[in-house]
Design a protein around this ligand. Structure first.
Ligand code: NAD
Length: 501
């Protein structure tokens, strides 16, 4: 194994030597798209092309679904015993760990996040998730219902669904892929993974590592391609039993349409968010400011549950805004992703950078005040960087407070009393995450009950674990990733009633 690079120059040299695999991984091997078409992946860190990616379409999805169906019906993975499933999935997670540097580099080149984060968070969280679900293999039991007579047996068996289409976004490609692959494979399904067109590289490597770990060829397939081509073909496919989707609310709604237009496949949706922090007058402001700054600037704000709306009591708003800016200045520097000190780097692509900057301009037009940042940064690199930004003195009915900006931009809105804070917190189409900051535990309980969100943090933010379910209310979607509950999504109950008289 090569030593881990210890400087920006060493990472750049490693990146220059890299030849990323951009072909689809179908039935255990890398193959070009049936059409022969590719698209160039431009790295957001410097605007250079890093790989040509196979542009999968309906023909490639057909091949991948056929491989998944064949392996599922043959039972080569579905019917493997628990010890085998556990061994293979554990080995898969170990291989991810053994390839940490290579995978982290692919992830950083593809999506622009600091290499330190890819190394410390994205790759280990992916491996940990695969390990977590592997360990369930010999701990899931079926049931015997107390319904039958003495000479009968009513079995309630949990069975895998069949072929799972996993469609994932670009912000945490490895982690979200693992949230889906882990429980889906553990349950005995075969899978076709469609990474976002901006982030195919690490996922394509995962396909190979799964086979190296002993997963039979064809059980996990990875088809890169554009959403409207490969993604749509997968979601419309008549031989796919479920689509497990993470992405925008707009495309999530299309998944429901596609299911209705095709085979009524099941759909689980993890979609967008506009998560509020409610900061009361009695809150510990320095603790809140630290969590708010990390929660919006980590991963360039490209986090579905990023706390992108701060609903601050009018008496402490100005002090809080100054404290958030200070945390950013002292703890979360913006820089090139290969600089060890960088905590915030490039956003995913040029078009997205322009979209986020457009929202900042819109916010100013709507009447908000820029209290931090607001501009493009590091343009000389050729990459797509945005200054960490605070839009202060906003109103909740502004578009910047209602629409998902998905960049390092937090919107601050004042409130007068608790009832107004709850109303503002809930006044959005989303319901993914929320935080309440107060030293009054009665108020904390009242607000955490009243706010509609899949996770409500109290005096903390973004604490997460594989053991807790994650997902949204309202138009943030339905179905949960993580925790034992995620396994249920990929299985269903079958009653087998036996008369043995
Ligand atoms: P997106 O909806 O544009 O794309 C997500 C995936 O869907 C990609 O693989 C894309 O190729 C595919 N896709 C796009 N159009 C499609 C179509 N017509 N048919 C089928 N597939 C299609 O989202 P994105 O820009 O990649 O990711 C950002 C979004 O994801 C944000 O809204 C963010 O909040 C959300 N997200 C949610 C969670 C969660 O757990 N709730 C987690 C991460 C990201």
């Amino acid at each position: 194994m090569l030593d881990r690079p210890n400087s920006k120059a060493a990472w750049l040299a490693r990146a220059a030597a890299l030849k990323p695999e951009g072909r689809a991984f179908i039935d255990g091997r890398y193959v070009a798209a049936a059409s022969g078409e590719t698209f160039a992946r431009v790295s957001p860190i410097d605007g250079r092309v890093i790989a040509e990616i196979a542009s999968g379409d309906a023909a490639d999805i057909d091949r991948a679904v056929a491989a998944a169906r064949r392996t599922f019906e043959a039972g080569i993975w579905r019917d493997a015993d628990a010890a085998t499933k556990k061994k293979v999935l554990l080995r898969f997670s170990e291989l991810v760990r053994e390839h940490t540097d290579e995978i982290a580099l692919l992830e950083t080149l593809d999506v622009g996040k600091p290499i330190a984060n890819s190394l410390a968070v994205d790759v280990p969280f992916c491996a940990n998730c695969l390990q977590y679900y592997a360990e369930f293999a010999d701990k899931i039991f079926d049931e015997i219902a107390p319904a039958a007579g003495p000479d009968e047996l009513a079995l309630v068996r949990k069975e895998p669904l069949g072929v799972i289409g996993a469609i994932v976004p670009w912000n945490y490609p490895l982690i979200i892929a693992a949230w889906k692959i882990g429980p889906a494979l553990l349950a005995g399904n075969s899978v076709v993974l469609k990474p976002a067109e901006q982030s195919s590289l690490a996922s394509l490597l995962l396909g190979r590592l799964a086979v190296e770990a002993g997963l039979p060829e064809g059980v996990l397939n990875v088809v890169p391609g554009l959403g409207e081509k490969a993604g749509k073909a997968l979601a419309l496919h008549g031989d796919v039993d479920m689509v497990s989707f993470t992405g925008s609310t707009e495309v999530g709604k299309l998944m429901l349409t596609y299911a209705g237009q095709s085979n009524m496949k099941r759909v689980s949706l993890e979609c967008g968010g506009k998560s509020p922090h409610v900061v009361a007058a009695d809150a510990d402001l320095s603790k809140a400011a630290e969590a708010i700054a990390w929660g919006i600037y980590y991963n360039q704000g490209e986090t579905c549950h990023a706390g992108s709306r701060v609903i601050a009591h009018e008496s402490i708003r100005a002090e809080l805004v100054a404290a958030i800016a200070e945390v950013q200045r002292t703890q979360i520097p913006l820089g090139h992703p290969f600089e060890a000190s960088s905590q915030l780097s490039a956003v995913i692509e040029k078009g997205h950078m322009e979209r986020v900057l457009g929202y900042i301009d819109l916010g100013v037009k709507e009447g908000a005040k820029i209290a931090l940042g607001g501009k493009r940064a590091l343009a000389e690199t050729g990459g797509f960087y945005i200054e960490p930004t605070i839009l202060d003195e906003a109103r909740n009915d502004m578009r910047i407070a209602q629409e998902e900006i998905f960049g390092p931009v937090v919107v601050v809105i004042p409130y007068k009393d608790e009832a107004e804070a709850i109303r503002l917190a809930n006044d959005t189409i989303y319901g993914l995450g929320a935080a309440v900051w107060t030293n009054d535990m009665r108020a904390a309980h009242r607000m955490s009950r009243a706010i509609k969100a899949g996770t409500v943090w109290v005096n903390t933010f973004d604490r997460s674990s594989l053991t807790t379910p994650f997902g949204g209310f309202k138009q943030s979607g339905f179905g949960r990733d993580r925790s034992p509950h995620a396994i249920d999504k990929y299985m269903d109950y079958k009653t087998v009633w036996i008369d043995y008289r």
